[in-house]
Ligand binder design. Structure first.
Ligand code: C2O
Ligand code: CU
Length: 484
């Protein structure tokens, strides 16, 4: 019943030629009860029959894809009752939210037919774009890929700035799909190695929708909900003005010709439409270094461009590097933006939120995290070890600041994600970060070193860090951090 709402755009496409324009579908907002600063809401995971790219498909969702957006305000207390109507165990991870690890506990499972209450308070100053998805070690990749993801938007005082309030806001959930008939096929060894990518790319589950802007300033909240696709985003003839990253606002807008969004990352951008016309939001080619077997089985038997579009590279390191022609590495139009007839965009906000200066010189500890792999076995490591729920990998002191040096010793990009404690990127490849920003997921390019500052504040407990190519998480690239 929710599918018809969420996927109305792509349903219309079934009766039109491939390049016809489907309208832009907005994810629905979760209905909540709100009284005296307390918000009560319910959400359930279930099997769903939906329509994608004009064909019926069987997914697992929170009621349509994307799942309903949970819209909350800074300072609110939330009582979110989650019910598992799937035939397997699952749970809910509040990706990016600074809430106690005992609430957002990836090791606590919700069995079929059972419910769990997630009760937490939205921290002040955390206005931004977050999301929720399952976190069952070993099963994250199949559950997330099947459609279990939704946005969590936190509103705060800054949203009242005229330059933001006057903008037309849209939520864009980017996600690839691979189907065999109407089903998502089982994971192959190649999927566990590279992270699965399908050639059907969608925005809010619609194929190349058209966004007819009513206003000349757009505020786009972007989420990469793919397991493994990277989106190198650019809007034709328009810079993107980055105003917020994973953990909320920057100090002022940053003009970017393009924006790389790794799996799990969010960004908020302003778009200023100056001239009437139609402009494509494109995913530009990006090589994340995934490995392609000669004559490999990365086809897409069910839909999409299928094998015909595949341009098989060789084995990594043997001539052709990486895989060519896979979803995120080839040029693809995701969305068309149609500007209004006489656009007059708003001025950019002169300043946004002050971003705290963390002083890395005061760090209580500097730690090194080395990402490694045994590729053909699809085994992934941090500091030489695969995830073990019974082992604490890092012990840290509550209230301390640490510097983490993230070292990618593999030939493939990995998005590094830390639960519970938002961090700031200090440097990348030795170069200082161009601006201060709160992050929870940071991409590590092959052989790159990224330094982050991590304030371990407010909550003690046991939490995790891992690669957000969730196949890699399922296959070992995760560790446990204990703060006390
Ligand atoms: Cu979005 Cu631990 O993940
Ligand atoms: Cu990875």
């Amino acid at each position: 019943r929710y599918g018809a709402l969420g996927l109305a755009g792509s349903y219309a496409l079934s009766r039109l030629p491939a390049f016809a324009q489907s309208p832009f579908p907005q994810p629905r907002t979760l209905e909540v009860r709100r009284a005296e600063g307390v918000v009560e809401a319910q959400i359930a995971a279930r099997q769903s029959n939906l329509t994608m790219g004009g064909k019926p498909v069987q997914l697992l969702t929170y009621g349509g894809f994307p799942g309903p957006t949970l819209r909350l305000r800074e300072g609110e207390t939330v009582r979110l009752n989650f019910t598992n109507n799937l035939p397997e165990a699952t749970n809910l991870h509040l990706h990016g939210l600074h809430v106690p690890p005992s609430v957002d506990d990836p090791l606590a499972l919700v069995q079929p037919g059972e419910s769990r209450l997630y009760e937490f308070t939205i921290p002040k100053g955390s206005a931004g774009t977050y999301w929720y998805h399952p976190h069952v070690h070993g099963r994250v990749a199949p559950q997330l890929y099947a459609g279990l993801a939704g946005l969590l938007v936190v509103e705060g005082p800054l949203d009242a700035l005229p330059e933001l309030k006057g903008a037309e806001e849209h939520l864009l959930v980017l996600k690839d799909w691979l189907f065999s008939g109407d089903r998502i096929p089982a994971w192959t060894q190649m999927d566990w190695m590279n992270g699965r990518e399908g050639s059907l790319l969608t925005v809010n589950a619609a194929v190349r929708p058209t966004l007819r802007a009513q206003k000349a300033t757009l505020r786009l909240r972007l989420l990469n909900a793919s397991n493994a696709c990277y989106y190198r985003l650019a809007l034709e003839n328009h810079p993107l003005y980055l105003i917020a990253t994973d953990g909320g606002f920057l100090e002022k807008p940053v003009e970017l010709p393009e924006l790389l969004l790794a799996p799990g990352e969010r960004a908020e951008v302003l778009v200023r439409l100056i001239r009437p016309g139609s402009y494509r939001l494109q995913a530009l080619p990006y090589n994340r270094g995934a490995m392609m077997m000669p004559g490999g089985s990365m086809g897409d038997p069910g839909m999409g461009q299928g094998m015909g579009m595949m341009n098989h590279g060789g084995m990594r390191g043997m001539g052709n590097v990486g895989m060519m022609g896979m979803g995120a590495t080839r040029l693809e139009t995701l969305l068309t933006v149609v500007a209004p007839a006489s656009p007059k965009p708003l001025p950019l906000p002169a300043s946004l939120a002050p971003v705290e200066r963390l002083e890395p010189a005061r760090a209580a500890a500097t730690r090194r995290f080395e990402l490694g792999e045994r590729m053909m076995q699809a085994e992934f490591f941090i500091n030489g070890q695969m995830f073990d729920p019974a082992r604490v990998d890092v012990r840290a002191q509550l209230g301390s600041l640490e510097v983490w040096e993230l070292v990618n010793k593999t030939d493939m990009d990995h998005p590094f994600h830390l639960h519970t404690y938002p961090f700031q990127v200090l440097s990348r490849g030795g170069k200082p970060a161009p601006y201060r920003a709160w992050k929870d997921t940071v991409n590590l390019r092959k052989n790159e070193v990224v330094r982050i500052a991590v304030p371990l504040r407010d909550f003690s407990g046991v939490t995790v860090y891992h690669c957000h190519i969730v196949e890699h998480e399922d296959r070992g690239m995760m560790g446990i951090l204990q703060v006390k």
